[in-house]
Design a protein around this ligand. Structure first.
Ligand code: 5AD
Ligand code: SF4
Length: 471
């Protein structure tokens, strides 16, 4: 049976909003504004989900705080991609014992990818009695209803049933800042890379309708957002589940052709599905950033096969060549996993040589982390953590050297950047991003935030560029 894309009836979302209004009456009855804290771990998709949680909370009458001792409701939005993130979540949730003691009646919710794993939901149930509400990514659209149940019945609520997921439109969003915005275009993943937990916790790929996405983008531009990132686990599969023949390149063009002064970028692209049409569209559309995050994961054909990535080293290099032919100024970033089960010195040497060959602008490097229930978890893994750490350090050193060299090439050049915030540090008090997404520190008037300006790059290091605003 082919997967049928499920949508949540808009009436259901209206019901959730009606519950928000009920909660509003209840929590503001004493004339005081209650406070909520949303703590987010992991990827941009989770950031985008937290914007929905905040949207609902704002409708319920909550203001926001970063201080867990002040919060009446705490929502911890978790990540499951690596063990390290899970350990941090558990440590931080455990520490909320103190805040709950100091503030009886405080409601603690834990949601997101980590709790969608059965063993983690169990762990929270058994060992973290301070947690009142646990819900997985598929239940986010009904957060108000779940919270109301906790408030009314003073009982713990667990909502983490297995689910392929649905598309829900109309959830209120509360975005932070006014310059950069995440825009989810699809959810889930069908790729089942053997190391990855995402397909198990976020369900099957499902696309939002192009008209909903374009309308949201138009709204963002009208509100003054200048940098829009289209988000999906694998944006290149966009549209495959829709009745209309629209693909990701078409969607990108539709957004990039909206009127207004802005840049549009996207995350993440699976190399197997990155097409020539996509590169051509990026090259042709003036408002499309010349940046691709194209996770290679490994440079070894043997490991790529074991990872179930559906491309080999040569095919990846070809894609890069093609993309650069269309965009000679392309900024290319990647993800790499070190120490996948059975990765030998020789395999690792292939990763190093691929990185030397491609010369990524930035690399996000991770030591393999075993995920319960994934195929890689049961593959033989003879190498020690110390071996992997040594490889990781060598790769980091290479990544830093190449980033530093690439950054140095910008020195003396004039670029158009978007000023996106303050650094809180002198003398370079402003931060900005190039079209390709590289960070440029500037000296200047904070009134420039949200504006595109021309700058001359004066110096650089591994992490960033430094520049002067042109007069
Ligand atoms: N261990 C280490 N890194 C992982 N990633 C995904 N799953 C794992 C894992 N089990 C990395 C991949 C992916 C990025 C988001 O996280 O490189 O591209
Ligand atoms: Fe995980 Fe692979 Fe899907 Fe990315 S494409 S989310 S690495 S399974």
């Amino acid at each position: 049976m082919p997967y049928q894309r499920k949508t949540i009836d808009p009436e259901e979302i209206k019901k959730q909003q009606a519950i928000c209004a009920e909660i509003f009456e209840r929590v503001t009855a004493d004339g005081q504004r209650p406070l909520a804290m949303v703590d987010t771990y992991g990827c941009q998709q989770n950031e985008a989900d937290s914007e929905k949680l905040r949207g609902y909370l704002a409708e319920m009458g909550y203001g926001f705080t970063q201080d867990e001792f002040q919060a009446d409701v705490i929502v911890v939005n978790t990540c499951a991609v690596r063990e390290h993130a899970e350990m941090r979540v558990l440590g931080n949730v455990g520490a909320l014992n103190h805040t709950k003691k100091a503030r009886p009646g405080q409601i603690i919710a834990v949601c997101g990818c980590m709790v969608q794993q059965e063993h983690m939901a169990e762990k929270l149930k058994r060992s973290y009695p301070i947690v009142d509400l646990v819900f997985g990514p598929h239940e986010l659209w009904r957060f108000p209803e779940l919270l109301k149940r906790v408030m009314l019945f003073k009982k713990r609520v667990f909502a983490t049933a297995k689910d392929d997921g649905a598309v829900a439109e109309g959830i209120p969003l509360r975005r932070d800042g006014g310059v950069k915005a995440w825009l989810s275009i699809m959810y889930g993943c069908n790729n089942f890379c053997t190391y990855c937990i995402v397909p198990y916790v976020r369900g099957r790929e499902r696309s939002r309708l192009p008209e909903d996405i374009v309308a949201e983008a138009r709204g963002l531009i009208e509100e003054g957002y200048k940098d829009i990132t289209l988000l999906g686990q694998n944006v290149n599969s966009y549209g495959k589940d829709l009745a209309s023949p629209v693909d990701f390149a078409d969607l990108l063009r539709a957004v990039a052709e909206l009127p207004g002064d802005f840049v549009v970028r996207f995350m993440t692209s699976h190399p197997k599905d990155a097409t020539e049409k996509l590169f051509q569209t990026m090259a042709e559309c003036e408002k499309c950033a010349h940046h691709i995050h194209l996770p290679v994961q490994s440079g070894s054909d043997r490991i790529l096969k074991a990872m179930n990535r559906h491309y080999d080293r040569a095919a990846y290099l070809e894609k890069v060549k093609l993309a650069r032919r269309y965009m000679p100024d392309l900024v290319l970033t990647t993800d790499i996993i070190v120490g996948f089960p059975g990765e030998t010195e020789e395999d690792f040497a292939d990763t190093l040589s691929l990185c030397e060959e491609v010369r990524f602008d930035a690399m996000f490097t991770f030591i393999y982390s075993k995920r319960v229930g994934t195929p890689a978890a049961s593959m033989p893994d003879p190498y020690t953590r110390a071996d992997k750490q040594k490889r990781f350090d060598r790769l980091t050193e290479l990544a830093n050297r190449i980033s530093g060299e690439k950054h140095a090439e910008y020195e003396g050049k004039t670029l158009r950047v978007l000023v996106d915030g303050e650094t809180g540090k002198e003398p370079y008090n402003l931060s900005s991003r190039t079209n390709g997404g590289r960070l440029v520190h500037l000296k200047g008037d904070p009134a420039l935030i949200g504006q595109f300006v021309d700058v001359t790059v004066t110096s650089s290091n591994t992490w960033a560029l430094y520049g002067e605003v042109n007069a």
